[in-house]
Ligand binder design. Structure first.
Ligand SMILES: NC(=O)c1ccc[n+]([C@@H]2O[C@H](COP(=O)([O-])OP(=O)(O)OC[C@H]3O[C@@H](n4cnc5c(N)ncnc54)[C@H](O)[C@@H]3O)[C@@H](O)[C@H]2O)c1
Ligand SMILES: N[C@H](CO)Cc1c[nH]c[nH+]1
Ligand SMILES: [Zn+2]
Length: 453
């Protein structure tokens, strides 16, 4: 008889809470990125100062192997694709096709707004020139994350992209062959064998490979990763662009008595499988469901493959069950929590889902589990964690684009608004701003104008 698994409970019934109290009461806090910054800073600094030499030392230390060259040779990419299991290739092709379909619809078009006759502002969307796409490779193999990074970058029109993924000792210092095959399948020809914080730093600073080839730095780094990857992204932000922090996985499930506890437990375990720091949170107004989910967790944990990792994640302070008086209050809880993934398993799930305002992605009803979104829904699985969904979005085509305003006014259109520009410049005690406008009309008129400018 396996030991009973019981998610720690937070009982919010009969308690009124402010948003701040609510956030403090919710089970989160397993991922304290700041607490590893002191470990990651020396890694970033060493790579800034010594490039590939330092990166390979950290690969040796953390991955147990350093690659022969950081850049994976072209023939290895082709070989990995040639030798890819046909079933995996077929599944990847479906994932790629659906992800492309959804992301093609995200592409913004340039728009010109006519502000006044002769005065326009055009917003142009320009892809980032060179991007680094991180694909994790510690506890699991993530070809799906190759798809989720590469498809939006390609759809945005990014010219130069490099995938970085940890070197694997059992593959002679190359990333896992399925990662290489997925990259090749997507038409990517630059893959670096480097992982963790050292990958983020090398992408930021670039370097010279062991065969003297240049590893060009990137302008933007995206992709999920563990706490070290997330900490390195935090340290390098500014020097390079960074997507939202997509750290250790989270699932929250808002469920009522109509939910199937076996499905709820399976979904909680599915995401706990990623990392000992992963968070699995059930929010429910039904004590009976909470008890039944604990029973189902106990049974399923007994047979799940990564039992130890899952059990550690479920018993961490980041996981638990939150009891609420009703689904309205449950919505308040999940909106305050802003989970990476939020499943709605209630009666009238669509109506409840429509009231969600904060989550990386929402999965509606019993037939839309997070695992579907991880691979084949067409949605992106690189999503903000640790509450970042309150202010950030998941990876999208937009992540890889920059909007540039192009201002184009005629003489008459400038003249028409010049007085207001001068007034505002003076109000801000920045009179030279006003002068830059006034002088234009002064020289045209052959002398100072007599109006208020
Ligand atoms: N939020 C998302 O969108 C999303 C998507 C997929 C996966 N994930 C998460 O990504 C993570 C993947 O983690 P993983 O560990 O399997 O792979 P990973 O590639 O993120 O991390 C493994 C790397 O960490 C490095 N490392 C280990 N200790 C280090 C240290 N002290 N300093 C610097 N680097 C160190 C190793 O070199 C190794 O290459 C999980 O937490 C998973 O939940 C998140
Ligand atoms: N659930 C992860 C996002 O947190 C994505 C993933 C990839 N493979 C399996 N799952
Ligand atoms: Zn997953």
């Amino acid at each position: 008889m396996p030991a009973r698994t019981q998610l720690a409970r937070v009982d919010l019934r009969g308690r009124t809470t402010t948003t701040a109290e609510l956030r403090a009461a919710l089970p989160r806090g397993g991922v304290d990125v700041d607490s590893v910054l002191h470990q990651v800073r020396p890694v970033v600094e060493a790579i800034r100062d010594r490039g590939v030499e330092a990166a390979n030392e950290f690969s040796e230390k953390f991955d147990g192997v350093a690659p022969t060259t950081v850049r994976v040779p072209a023939d290895q990419l082709q070989r990995a694709l040639d030798e890819l299991d046909p079933a995996i290739r077929a599944a990847l092709e479906v994932a790629i096709e659906r992800t492309r379909l959804v992301h093609a619809d995200q592409r913004r078009t340039d728009r010109t707004t006519q502000v006044v006759p002769g005065g326009t502002v055009t917003e142009r969307w320009i892809p980032v020139a060179r991007v680094g796409l991180y694909v994790p490779g510690g506890n699991a193999v993530y070809p799906s994350s190759v798809v989720m990074n590469v498809v939006p970058a390609q759809t945005a029109g990014v010219d130069s992209l490099v995938v970085a993924s940890p070197p694997q000792a059992q593959f002679g210092g190359l990333p896992h062959p399925t990662i290489l095959a997925a990259a090749k399948l997507l038409g990517v020809d630059e893959v670096w064998a480097v992982g963790g914080a050292q990958a983020v730093a090398l992408l930021t600073y670039g370097g010279t490979d062991t065969d003297s080839a240049e590893l060009e730095p990137v302008d933007l780094i995206t992709g999920p990763g563990n706490i070290y990857v997330t900490a390195a992204k935090r340290l390098c932000r500014g020097l390079v662009g960074i997507d939202a922090e997509a750290g250790p996985t989270e699932i929250a499930i808002l469920a009522d008595a109509t939910a199937d506890p076996v499905h709820v437990a399976a979904d909680l375990i599915s995401q706990a499988e990623h990392d000992v720091l992963a968070a699995s949170v059930l929010v429910t107004d039904s004590v009976e469901l909470a008890d039944a989910v604990d029973d189902a967790l106990t049974a399923q944990l007994d047979v799940t493959k990564h039992q130890e990792r899952v059990a550690t994640a479920l018993s961490g302070r980041q996981s638990g069950t939150v009891l609420v008086p009703n689904i309205d209050e449950g919505l308040r809880v999940v909106n305050a929590y802003a989970a990476e993934h939020l499943e709605i398993q209630t009666a009238d799930a669509s109506a409840v889902a429509a009231r969600v305002t904060s989550a990386g992605a929402v999965f509606v009803g019993p037939w839309s589990p997070v695992s579907l979104g991880d691979y084949c829904a067409g949605s992106n699985h690189v999503l903000p964690t640790a509450g970042c969904a309150r202010h950030s979005s998941g990876l999208s085509v937009q992540t890889f684009l920059r909007g540039i305003h192009v201002v184009d006014y005629s003489e008459a259109a400038l003249d028409e608004v010049a007085g207001h520009v001068v007034t505002l410049a003076n109000a801000e005690d920045l009179p030279a701003h006003g002068e830059a406008v006034r002088l234009r009309f002064e020289s045209l008129a052959g002398g100072p104008r007599q109006d208020q400018r």
